[in-house]
Design a protein around this ligand. Structure first.
Ligand code: BLG
Length: 490
């Protein structure tokens, strides 16, 4: 028995010694090497991402969480096969502090410029968007055209931003330059403050202006301050590059397969599609005209089970929310009803905006429900818009053409390619219903989708039915409502 115990003690001691030796010599991989960031994320099955709550990054809309950074990082998490957990920082200093905390989020996806000053706080991925810093001023004020013109004007930028870095740099050569940094505001607040004349100037990135121009009709670009810069996602400064390498691979792929381009177009393409003038005209009309018809859109939408924002978007495309609009062909009113359609929908006076909206809503709901059962959303809505504009008969022709080409007649992207053919003799001569201006219908649907996107951003679900919603529209990401109705400017 004693011998047995002695043997046990000896063997335990030997085992311990062996383990210590192994650990010291690094032979035992598990004990010596901690998991990489990527392995940790995969083991936990969760990707924690820190971002900012703003229209260009992450916010809530009617359908739930959205935003450019959010959409992109959601796809990345999907590809990794892990759950995405979003955290929001109060300001940029807070963001970098939390990223660098032990047990902090693994990744920052927040429209961050990979600036020299930030490289001490974070390691950046490859670029997914190029932006230009722009000086913003209010229309009607003296326009600055070069850095010297910034002296003597009240300027505010975000604390901890790359713009604050730029101004600090500029101040070295222009000591008289004064500016304020604030950790209490977001980019939308800065633009609003310029729009309302509370500050003279601010600095924002071109993508942020592109996204927000439609909300702030008075803001204008004074000049570009400096070179084009890269936006990147970031990990904490001390972190290994395993996760970043995966991010780089994902971003390269998104660039190659066009998904990144589509996302940019969706979020930042307003100014491209509407044009600069179109974007701020829309902003002006949003403030001055829409409030007059908002209740009528909402009532008609409720009656016909359609989203009121979609009806409003149709109304804007048709008439810029002008009740007495008339086309060359005698189509009339805010929703541009033809004589026949108006009659069929029971509209007596097409120039009465309430009747026009009610008739347009009824007609839209009718064509929407009349489409073939196997057509799915959201394509179904785009087809219904096309039918609203060109009629179901011509739309059926375009769908037949698509089928003949081996395309899918239930996919809007496919049928959209066929619609312009309805205006070309070689094609329309073979269709049942003949010539139609199908190219216009493609523009019609594209524009409405753009307006609809914007209307979704400026209206928030949680505000509906509240006092705030009744007093005007809401800009996502900020506690600010656009004031209701100004004197008529029709
Ligand atoms: C639409 C009708 C459809 C009709 C098509 O025309 O009007 N929609 C409405 O009235 C809401 O009902 O389909 S059909 O009844 O099956 O034939 C085709 O006729 C209106 C379109 C026409 C267009 N805007 C709504 O989108 C228009 O105004 N075109 C003329 C432009 S201009 O005169 O060249 O400036």
């Amino acid at each position: 028995m004693l011998a047995y115990i002695a043997l046990r003690i000896r063997s335990t001691a030997w085992l311990l010694a062996t383990l210590i030796l192994l650990a010291l010599s690094g032979c035992d991989g598990n004990a010596a090497k901690p998991p990489t960031t990527l392995e940790r994320v995969q083991e936990e099955g969760v990707l924690r991402v820190i971002t900012r709550n703003s229209p260009t990054t992450y916010f809530q809309d009617r359908a739930g969480e959205t935003g450019f950074e959010y959409e992109l990082v959601r796809r990345f998490a999907e590809q990794l096969g892990v759950e995405l957990r979003i955290e929001t920082a109060d300001n940029l200093d807070d963001l970098f502090a939390r990223l660098n905390q032990a047990n902090g989020p693994a990744l920052a996806a927040a429209g961050l410029v990979a600036s020299a000053g930030r490289r001490a706080q974070a390691n950046f991925s490859r670029s997914y968007l190029q932006v230009t810093p722009q000086v913003i001023y209010r229309n009607g004020q003296r326009r600055p055209t070069r850095p010297e013109d910034l002296i003597g004007r009240s300027i505010m930028v975000l604390k901890g931003s790359s713009h604050a870095e730029q101004l600090a740099e500029l101040k070295r050569s222009l000591p008289a330059l004064q500016y304020q940094e604030s950790a209490e505001v977001e980019v939308v607040d800065l633009l609003r403050m310029v729009d309302e004349g509370q500050i003279d100037l601010t600095l924002v990135d071109s993508n942020e202006l592109a996204m927000n121009q439609v909300y702030f009709p008075n803001v204008r670009v004074a000049f570009d301050l400096g070179e084009v810069r890269d936006l990147g996602w970031a990990v904490a400064a001390g972190e290994d590059r395993s996760l970043l390498q995966e991010v780089d691979r994902f971003l390269a792929q998104a660039e190659q397969n066009g998904s990144l381009k589509r996302l940019k177009e969706r979020y930042y393409g307003h100014v491209d599609v509407l044009g600069y003038v179109g974007a701020y005209t829309f902003a002006k009309h949003l403030q001055q005209r829409l409030p007059r018809y908002e209740q009528d859109f909402k009532k008609a939408a409720e009656r016909h089970k359609v989203d009121w924002r979609l009806l409003a978007a149709i109304g804007y495309q048709e008439s810029l929310w002008t009740p007495d609009a008339t086309s060359k062909t005698g189509v009339r009113g805010l929703m541009m009803l033809t004589q026949n359609t108006a009659q069929a929908m029971g509209v007596v006076n097409r120039l009465d905006p309430r009747q026009s909206i009610a008739g347009g809503a009824k007609y839209f709901a009718l064509v929407h429900s009349g489409l073939t059962e196997d057509m799915e959303e959201p394509d179904r809505t785009w087809f219904a818009l096309a039918a609203y504009n060109i009629g179901i008969a011509h739309l059926a022709d375009a769908r037949k053409l698509a089928k003949a080409e081996g395309l899918n007649p239930n996919k809007w992207l496919d049928v959209q390619k066929m619609l312009p053919r309805l205006a070309q003799k070689q094609w329309y001569s073979k269709t049942r219903y003949g010539y139609a201006r199908g190219g216009e219908t493609v523009h019609f649907v594209r524009n409405i989708r753009r307006y609809y996107d914007i209307l979704n951003w400026v209206t928030q679900p949680q505000l509906e039915g509240t006092q705030v919603a009744e007093s005007g529209l809401h800009v996502p990401g900020v506690n600010k409502t656009i004031p209701k109705e100004e004197p008529s400017q029709l």
